[in-house]
Design a protein around this ligand. Sequence first.
Ligand code: X2X
Length: 351
Amino acid sequence: MKKTGLRLLALVMVMMFVAVLAGGCGGGDKKPAAPAASDFKFKDEYKLTMNVTPQTMWGQGATKFAELAKEYTKGKVNIKVYPNAMLTGGDQMRQVEMVQNGSIDFMVNSTINIAPTVPEFDVWGLPFIFPSYKAVDAAMASPAASDLFKALEKKNMIGLAWGENGFREVTNNKKPIKTPDDMKGLKMRVVTPMYIDIMRALGANAVSMNWGEVFTSLQQGVIDGQENPIAGIIIPNKVYEVQKFLTNWHYSYDALAVVANKKTFDAFPPEIRDQLKKAAVDAMKWEVAESRKALDAGIKTLKEKGVTVTDLTPEELAKFRELTKPVYDKYAPKVGAQVAKSFEEAVAKAK
Ligand code: X2X
């Protein structure tokens, strides 16, 4: 009995000793001097989704964003870029949904893919709203563009910066497109309802299809044509290998947005949020400049690869504008009359 009592006492003493030690260590963690970011539990990896390959302009922009995010946060925020909509099995629309619900942390995405969730985003692509890059830049820098990020916030996402996919030019395998008549009966791949309406207004047959299937479908003749920016997509993805004709019609501008899930982003310490915002702005500034620089070389490459490149006179363009005007008028109220008006004003000022 005596022995048992002693053992019990020894055990209790050991336990007390351990408890004191543990308490001491724990107390060390609570030092108030530590800056907020060092208390914050960062994930090992933050996921970023995009619809395209790393070689595209936005692919390069997304990589740049990840690099700068790491640099500016001193290695605390490690963003991994997942290309080709691989996180959503190639479904380009579902990427937004997953950033919205927080299964994916970030995206660099075309406004076309965001518009089905945030209708205001279709304002970028309204047919012929932008006559020039100068007009695009004015809109991008305007309060109207910031208002679009407010609309994004209502859907649990934070917009960090605007980038550029570019003016979307039309390509096909049948004939040079000079007039809307040339489009009659062409099977054209597009993405969203606004573009289906535009193609129909021009007399083409519109087919909606994920980007991941377009190259093979063009190759196999399932579709005759598609539309995408030259420097942003057509050159880096070698669309010229499966298309014979391109028309520079600048009918629709496609902006990119760097977007974060709101809950993930708001949880970061304030200085980390600032660093990530700066990383996005700097990366996209670089990306837009590269996209513009690559355009002339892109057109040269197309010609070298045997693509017939058609430029349109203002009179020829006017016919396309006239036929797509009803689509503009249908979508302006959908993006919000005030949103469309603010963009139109920014464009008018830039002229
Ligand atoms: O699907 C397209 O055409 C692309 C790559 O431009 C977009 O993601 C909108």
